[in-house]
Ligand binder design. Structure first.
Ligand SMILES: Cc1ncc(COP(=O)(O)O)c(C=O)c1O
Length: 442
């Protein structure tokens, strides 16, 4: 007798292998491939010496060392939650000042309460626990078109229906959000709508950041539909790439800026991308009643994130090492983004368009002229022959019966590969695209 459907949970049967697992396998099987697909950070930038120094410092003091190697609390280290609340408050204050020179407009930036912050195993766990706390199969979630494809896998696994809301260079289009909410109200489905998910800084995959005005407008629109939904509609602000925006002075404040909004905003952040991905330390700031539920679920799951890595991140923040490192990373990724952009300017055929990203790890490129980029496309196959891997854009669009998924984009990562490799990868990618054109001319 074998394990079959009668044995497994409905959820485990519903969950499909990640959409790009075959791509990752391909990259492992063929190490000669140039991967513009991986979402990995740059190995050369990982803070080896700093982490060694910090770990030494912690472990040489028996009291601190023992505390770091002991179980922690479910909520996470009090020191790290306080540091996180202070950091977020400072970022919001600074960014409110720089994006709005009128000081009276920023007076309302009140401190954040560390008790509303839960430390998680990367922000990915915060996303998972959020869905576990607020959704049941058949519920509805709104996401950006395009969005973080791993989150789409999570939604699929939870059995959640999705609708994509159009975006432009300023982020989500609020009038499209309103249109969708009106349609859901009319069809009687609004009661099943739980949240809108926005990746608001240097978005994965588009590299665009959402302006404060757009986020705020989206939030106000959601609030207007609450009474019709019969419950709050949350706005999940995923700020995973906030500290990797290249120009921090131009960065928008988060939706935690106004205390009243904190009752509807689930803000998720991370210390992985801006410091060391392997630390797996992330966090969420939740409305108090939501935090209670997530806290209970986290208790069942692991009764607290790893204490040792939390201690390292706390010390990195307290000592200033963290700030120095994020500055270095921003500079490094800016150089890499610029190198990729330059290579694209040099080699790209006319039908390839893209924008310089506001930060993060990706350039999002669009192919014009009718050719597609999906895993079955001529281009994807040619790229494989040429030894190039990219993430087909189609994976970043949710299943939405109201539209077909666009299949003309590519996510090109400059995160992991070195600059000469990126340059060679882009040259070959562009040649593959030009090859398509000349083939279709014949
Ligand atoms: C948009 C977005 N959110 C969240 C995550 C999760 O990151 P982590 O769990 O390392 O914090 C990622 C990782 O790639 C991401 O791209």
């Amino acid at each position: 007798m074998d394990y079959d459907h009668s044995f497994f949970s409905e959820k485990s049967i519903r969950v499909e292998p990640p959409s790009i697992s075959w791509l990752m396998r391909l990259a492992l099987d063929r190490p000669e491939l140039i991967s513009l697909a991986a979402g990995f950070t740059d190995n050369a930038t990982l803070p080896l010496d700093s982490v060694k120094e910090i770990a030494d410092r912690i472990l040489s003091d028996p009291k601190r060392g023992q505390a770091a190697l002991q179980y922690g609390t479910t909520l996470g280290s009090a020191e790290l939650r306080r540091a996180t609340a202070d950091r977020l408050h400072r970022l919001d204050k600074d960014q409110a000042v720089s994006s709005n020179p009128d000081p009276s407009k920023t007076a309302h930036t009140h401190a954040l309460n560390p008790d509303q912050i839960l430390i998680t195993q990367g922000s990915q766990q915060a996303l998972y626990l959020t869905l576990e706390a607020i959704t049941d199969p058949g519920d509805i979630m709104l996401v950006e078109d395009p969005t973080y494809f791993v989150f789409l896998g999570l939604l699929q696994g939870f059995g959640i229906q999705t609708h994509g809301i159009a975006t432009d260079t300023s982020g989500i289009q609020p009038w499209k959000l309103e249109e969708k909410l009106l349609a859901l109200e009319k069809s009687g489905e609004l009661k099943r709508l739980k949240a809108l998910y926005l990746v608001s800084y240097a978005q994965n995959p588009s590299g665009r950041s959402t302006t404060y005005e757009r986020k705020k407008e989206a939030l106000e629109i959601l609030k207007r539909f609450e009474s019709s939904a019969g419950h709050p509609i949350a706005l999940i602000e995923d700020a995973a790439y906030r500290e990797l925006e290249f120009d921090q002075e131009q960065s928008a404040p988060s939706l935690l800026t106004e205390p009243n909004d904190r009752e509807r905003v689930f803000y998720l952040g991370t210390y992985t991308k801006p410091f060391a991905t392997g630390m797996r330390v992330g966090f969420g700031h939740f409305p108090a009643l939501v935090l209670d539920k997530i806290f209970n679920l986290k208790g069942l799951n692991d009764f607290g994130a790893a204490k040792f890595t939390q201690s390292i991140v706390s010390e990195a923040i307290a000592s200033g090492i963290y700030d120095t490192h994020t500055q270095l990373l921003r500079q490094r990724y800016f150089e890499k983004a610029s190198a990729m952009d330059e290579a694209m300017k040099e080699h790209a055929p006319e039908n390839l368009s893209w924008e310089f990203p506001s930060g993060g790890l990706y350039i999002w490129a669009k192919l014009g002229g009718g050719a597609t980029t999906g895993p079955e496309s001529e281009l994807f196959k040619r790229c494989l022959e040429e030894g190039i891997l990219y993430i087909p854009g189609v994976y970043a669009y949710c299943s939405d019966l109201d539209r077909t998924k666009p299949d003309v984009e590519m996510r090109l990562s400059y995160g992991a590969a070195d600059i000469p490799v990126l340059q060679s990868g882009i040259k070959r990618l562009c040649e593959a695209i030009s090859g398509l054109e000349s083939r279709s001319e014949h």
